[in-house]
Design a protein around this ligand. Sequence first.
Ligand code: SF4
Length: 371
Amino acid sequence: MSVLAERRMARQVSVGGVRIGGGAPVSVQSMTNTRTEDAPATLAQIARMADAGCDIVRVAVPGREAAAALREIVAGSPIPVVADVHFDHRLALAAAEAGAHGLRINPGNIGGLGRAREVADAARARGIPIRIGVNAGSLERDILEREGRPTAAGMVESAMRHAEILESAGFRDIVLSLKASDVLMTVEANRLVAARCDHPLHLGVTEAGTVATGAVRSAVGIGLLLAEGIGDTIRVSLAGPPEEEVRAGRAILSSLGLRRRGVTVIACPTCGRTTLDVQRIAERVEAETASLHADLVVAVMGCAVNGPGEAREADVGIAGGGETVVLFRKGERVAVIEGTLALERLLSEVREMAGRATAGPGPRGNTEGGR
Ligand code: SF4
């Protein structure tokens, strides 16, 4: 029996073929930070993000030049592209026209029902969904005055207002996100909204922080919600390269057993028995195997006495031993290697196993489908 709660069955939408909600695998999103007008630079970054496992990419559309560049970006992107628009409904219309696979816009902020209806009609005509993004830092003034400060209940009220505007225009392909920089407020807001509607939910903790602390804060917030069955797509927001956001998002899903894709490197915390530079080698293995798509666990362990046993779940690993290093598979010692050759030998083992796993049913196959 799963330790995770049964997933909330949200109404399903599709972003350029990637399904969100309705039992679809939880997807990983991120956002480019290039200038969108610079289509080649944006496409190069999207390619790196897709390689890291990004399912859907969002690009900012702050002006007409960015909207114009979207056509080239959509045509060249290997993954669906969502246009992020603030306030100007004409940019949303231009983005839809340029072929964006989804829009992120708040219909209550674009100057009236007529404009919201125009955007809804354009989205409906192209079969693309609209994500409403509520941020605790920018709630409507009347909600803030009544609540006295940003609150989870206030965020839910804001999200519902925006959604009702689209629904009143007969538009239902809506994804909601309710984000706060406060982790617990994010969790509470999403719990509340999950009980109030059947729209799919995009999870994230906003302004989470730098790569290390932001990833932890995001993992706590997103992880708590996913464990409760809440959430259909996620974005880890970090002050760092978007590829790092994707890797962190993937690691969250992998930790919960929701989706696996790629190599997971485990490493021992080191102790007085350590005879291997565990940190440096683990980082090298992570970097060198980042683009492999096979579902493999690789271990780097500090000593040969306890390492192979402690990392028994690893498909392959090395354990330190001074001049020589032990290579093991599933806890079984299979070779003793000269210490200086250990990293290269481990990498060649991983590449070979990855090749077998992606060519056909591998050790566990590729569990990309998730649940
Ligand atoms: Fe210490 Fe060895 Fe365990 Fe690493 S594997 S923590 S070195 S006992």
